[in-house]
Design a binder for this molecule. Structure first.
Ligand SMILES: Nc1nc2c(ncn2[C@@H]2O[C@H](COP(=O)(O)OP(=O)(O)OP(=O)(O)O)[C@@H](O)[C@H]2O)c(=O)[nH]1
Length: 301
């Protein structure tokens, strides 16, 4: 097959927070690119991951979970905008839900997808979690009537069940000649950006409810050599109390976060990583357009 003939296109992965969108992206890439945690609203950006297959190329767009806006902080608007922006860019949409769960949030998301008129494949994730397998079929029947989905796919992003079939079926819906990224390109995000995300991932994972949502990471220094990547980063929080929690007694929590982030970065860059973290307070950053701009959170990316 010539390169010109290879099928390809963009696929937006959308759904409510925490259904497993980033887990699926990483699974299909065969490596971690998008951060995951057992908490809603982990993903804050649109993350491109390019999946190469013999039959073509999928440009997967992982998106922030679409959520109902409580209050109207600029950050929340940016998250929903990033998700819907990816849908507008996409040739096909993967609408992900968790097996057994369809309520008002799903109705709302579906309504916005219908408006954009893209072919929608429904992904029913976390089938490995179902206690009774026989519950799956009636659930699939009950959601099949919601919309004319192009296909409905039960999957497990975590275990990989049905993931390869999903890719093959999706390629069939993408145009010939649509592969647009070089075959060795993984993403359009810089290593610097991914580093900030990997640090944020560990904050999401190691702290309770409040602090992760008040935290943002910026990279102050990023130097690469063939053997070492040297990173100095600042973690921004909104209040002094959050700073104290993040640092922990005698600095232990920050140390644990830094060490876990360093390890996951080393796996990505296949080099040693030196990582230094600072914590600073910036009240109201979630409403500060200039700061959101510096986090690349003000565009449709
Ligand atoms: N059992 C099970 N857990 C899964 C599966 N897929 C994802 N998870 C878990 O669900 C949680 C959320 O996964 P994420 O991939 O971060 O979810 P997300 O949809 O990207 O979340 P947001 O960033 O909030 O939009 C994590 O703890 C995952 O390990 C699955 O197929 N089975």
């Amino acid at each position: 097959m010539t390169d010109m003939a290879r099928r390809g296109g963009s696929v937006a992965i959308v759904g409510r927070p925490n259904v497993g969108k980033s887990t699926l992206l990483n699974r299909l890439l065969g490596q971690k690119l998008s951060i995951t945690a057992d908490k809603p609203q982990t993903t804050r950006h649109r993350i491109l991951g390019v999946v190469e297959q013999p039959g073509g190329q999928l440009a997967l767009l992982d998106t922030p979970g679409i959520h109902r806006m409580r209050g109207a902080r600029a950050l929340n608007h940016a998250l929903n905008r990033a998700a819907l922006g990816a849908v507008i860019e996409a040739d096909v949409v993967w609408f992900m839900i968790a097996a057994g769960q369809w309520d008002e949030a799903e109705d709302r998301i579906l309504a916005s997808l219908v408006r954009e008129a893209r072919p929608v494949m429904l992904l029913v994730n976390k089938i490995d979690r179902l206690k009774r397998r026989e519950d799956l079929l009636p659930f699939l029947q009950s959601i099949a009537v919601k919309y004319e989905f192009v296909e409905i796919f039960p999957i497990s992003a975590l275990k990989g069940d049905n993931a390869q079939r999903l890719v093959e079926h999706t390629l069939a819906h993408l145009p010939e000649g649509g592969a647009r990224y070089p075959q060795d390109q993984l993403t359009d995000r810089s290593l610097r950006f991914i580093s900030a995300e990997f640090i944020r991932e560990q904050i999401m994972r190691s702290l309770g409810e409040e602090v992760p949502y008040a935290a943002a990471v910026t990279i102050e220094q990023f130097e690469e050599s063939p053997t070492l990547v040297r990173i100095i980063a600042t973690v921004w929080v909104e209040r002094d109390g959050q700073k104290a929690i993040l640092i922990g007694k005698g600095g232990t929590r920050l140390k644990t976060i830094g060490s876990a982030a360093r390890q996951s970065l080393e796996a990505l860059v296949e080099r040693k990583v030196f990582l230094q973290l600072w914590v600073k307070v910036r009240a109201g950053w979630q409403d500060d357009p200039r700061f959101l701009h510096s986090l690349e959170l003000d565009d449709l990316k």
